[in-house]
Design a protein around this ligand. Structure first.
Ligand code: GCU
Length: 650
């Protein structure tokens, strides 16, 4: 069945007026993609042999690197790059500039800020997606490959249009059936996907199961230093590259949440990762090793263990011990994509290991594609964050590259968001996150407002007023969500397992290491030097700032400190009053979104209008739940009434 899917921000063709011809002096799979894309993007354009209105050409310009491009508008427009991949990015940029009505007066040279711009799919072969909320997997169904290459191509073009250059196609939790993806029986289909993505300049990776030598190789061990194990992997990898010579490599979640890893054999993460690195090196492959490693069977009674410390404790001692084709992948916060978390202290501390920062496009803890949660403010917070180490540059967006020995092996990765839903992301407005992720990873200087505005222009044909309403909803949505969620950085007050909606004590007496420690006097984690000492994992300047109650930012107060409910915040309110006020305000803001959205009836296309209207009703319902449960919980615990006398259930 051919599904007419939403073309998102590539929907409208650009009217080319006088620019009706182009020349392309390049061959190969990506050049073929460019030939296919030109008439899809630009109305009535045709390829000619000699002098076209647009000249797309390979040039020798070392500074542009392998991905940069240049657009020059003279008597003849030129798009230049050193590779066909650069040219492809160039034509998507030209499309965007024309669509956004941005003049090209001076030559535009564009080189990506981050080298790695990756998406991790958490897709399972049964068609489900771990933490996926936009329908089934576009790659698999019923334990088989879905083989809908049309959808995969459409997805690849969306990704390439915003500069995504790598992707892994299966869940990091690798179940029995996906363990077989590395076997010869699966390779023809993996190759099909690989080649589609490669034709859009995207490298394909597989997540692998560390215990594969035992699970599918008939060995008794998966010890990375065992010769038979090494030979098992050598054989697997040789066969893989024989079929797919341009394959990207492996993503590994090891010794994490029950996934097997090197600890069982008394080996370190470096032993595990380097074993893969050494074998993959011969083929130009990479091993991406995740740092999401912590004790997931913690005793909640034990106040000495602090899960937040885990990534740093596990990986910092190994800094410099990883091979140059190994990349550590680190979640942006120390826990797990909560609405507010401080930066993972590994950033800035790691100086001798390639690393990438991990974001999460799918809204696991942030509304599951039912709430509006535009993520650029979150990402900018971390990318622009100054770790305050006494070296330069100490800002995250710069140090990713600077602190990675191989600059091309640094950058950003994000957990994917798309599924079989016709609009890809379930919530129409949340297409903006996919678009924004690519845009920001390429150009770290872009602002939240600019990206939201560009996405809105590309996606909808609306008046200036309607445009402003949409962008305002987007850019304020993260703050709105944070207002009615777990307060002041404390995190995890969501329902266990599926993580949707409030359950304040849901994780409190559990094994996952995510506690808020509320009692009748106060709430929060003592991660100071008197507490779990997590704070000491930061640079001295940041440690001092967070450790001191007076300078710790309000939004992270309960992440770092345990305080009483009548503690006065920097904003001059008591903590309890701030909790009440924020939760009332959060709900009010969602109500306002509903009203604003309903004023767009008839202005927007019917499908988008209805989609968002319906989901806003659900967002409002859940926001009210959050407000009432949180306010009631803290009122009952503290006994302190709301100064404004609003309705709190006693
Ligand atoms: C979260 C998420 C899991 C996922 C894990 C990971 O804990 O809830 O579903 O597997 O992150 O990043 O590996």
């Amino acid at each position: 069945m051919k599904i007419d899917r939403d073309a998102c921000w590539l929907k409208k063709k650009v009217d080319m007026f006088e620019l009706k011809t182009y020349t392309l002096k390049a061959e190969g799979p990506i050049a073929s993609t460019i030939r296919e894309e030109m008439p899809r993007l630009f109305e009535g354009i045709k390829e000619v042999n000699n002098t076209g209105a647009i000249n797309i050409e390979l040039v020798d310009d070392v500074e542009l690197g392998a991905e940069g491009f240049q657009i020059i508008k003279g008597s003849q427009m030129k798009i230049q790059a050193t590779t066909t991949k650069g040219l492809l990015y160039g034509i998507f940029k030209l499309y965007e500039l024309l669509q956004l009505n941005k003049p090209i007066e001076r030559p535009i040279r564009s080189i990506p800020d981050q080298s790695f711009r990756m998406i991790n799919h958490w897709d399972n072969m049964d068609g489900s997606i771990e933490r996926g909320y936009a329908g089934k997997s576009i790659f698999y169904n019923d334990n088989l490959f879905r083989k809908d290459y049309n959808i995969v191509r459409q997805y690849a073009r969306l990704l390439a249009s915003v500069g995504i250059n790598a992707l892994s196609i299966n869940n990091v939790n690798v179940h029995a059936i996906e363990t077989r993806l590395i076997l010869e029986e699966s390779l023809p289909e993996v190759k099909m996907l690989n080649d589609i993505f490669a034709s859009y300049g995207i490298k394909t990776f597989l997540s692998i199961n560390f215990a594969s030598p035992k699970k599918i190789g008939g060995l008794k061990t998966a010890d990375p230093l065992d010769e038979e194990v090494v030979n098992f992997w050598k054989d697997i990898i040789a066969k893989l590259y024989r079929v797919i010579p341009d394959f990207g490599g492996f993503v590994v979640k090891a010794d994490s949440e029950g996934e097997p890893g090197p600890f069982k054999y008394g080996r370190g993460h470096d032993d595990g990762a380097n074993m893969f690195g050494r074998i993959l090196k011969k083929y130009g492959g990479l091993c991406i090793w995740r740092c999401f490693v912590y004790d997931c069977i913690q005793d909640w009674r034990n106040r000495k263990i602090d899960r937040a410390r885990a990534a740093y404790d596990n990986f910092l001692p190994l800094d410099g011990k990883f091979d140059d084709n190994v990349i550590l992948q680190i979640k942006l916060g120390p826990l797990d994509f909560q609405v507010r978390e401080p930066l993972s202290p590994l950033f800035g501390a790691l100086r001798k290991t390639n690393h990438i920062i991990e974001f999460q496009l799918t809204q696991e803890y942030t509304g599951q594609q039912k709430a509006i949660y535009y993520q650029v403010p979150v990402w900018k917070e971390v990318l622009d964050f100054d770790t305050k180490y006494d070296y330069n540059p100490s800002i995250v967006k710069k140090l990713l590259k600077n602190n990675s020995p191989v600059k091309e092996h640094s950058g950003i990765c994000a957990v994917g968001v798309v599924g079989m839903d016709n609009n890809w992301t379930h919530h129409k407005l949340m297409q903006s996150n996919l678009y924004a992720y690519g845009q920001l990873a390429w150009d770290n200087q872009l602002s939240s407002e600019e990206i939201a505005s560009n996405w809105t222009t590309l996606t909808f044909s609306v008046s200036k007023e309607a445009h402003e309403k949409i962008t305002e909803i987007l850019t304020s949505s993260r703050e709105t969500y944070a207002l009615y969620n777990a307060p002041n950085g404390v995190g995890f007050m969501c329902k266990p397992n599926h993580h949707y909606g409030p359950d304040i004590d849901g994780y409190e007496y559990d094994r996952w290491g995510t506690y808020h420690f509320a009692d009748r006097e106060g709430i929060g984690n003592n991660r100071t030097v008197q507490g779990t000492k997590f704070v000491t994992q930061y640079s001295a300047a940041r440690c001092d700032e967070y450790n001191n109650l007076k300078t710790c930012p309000d939004e992270f107060l309960l992440w770092f400190h345990h305080v009483n409910y009548d503690y006065v915040l920097q904003n001059k309110k008591t903590l309890i009053q701030d909790i009440y006020d924020n939760h009332f305000l959060g709900v009010e803001r969602v109500k306002n979104y509903q009203e604003t959205w309903e004023s767009l009836e008839g202005v927007l296309d019917e499908e988008s209008y209805r989609n968002v209207k319906g989901l806003l009703q659900e967002q409002y319902r859940v926001a009210v739940e959050w407000r009432d449960q949180i306010n009631t919980y803290f009122y009952r615990k503290s006994g302190i009434p709301d100064q404004q006398g609003r309705k709190i259930y006693s």
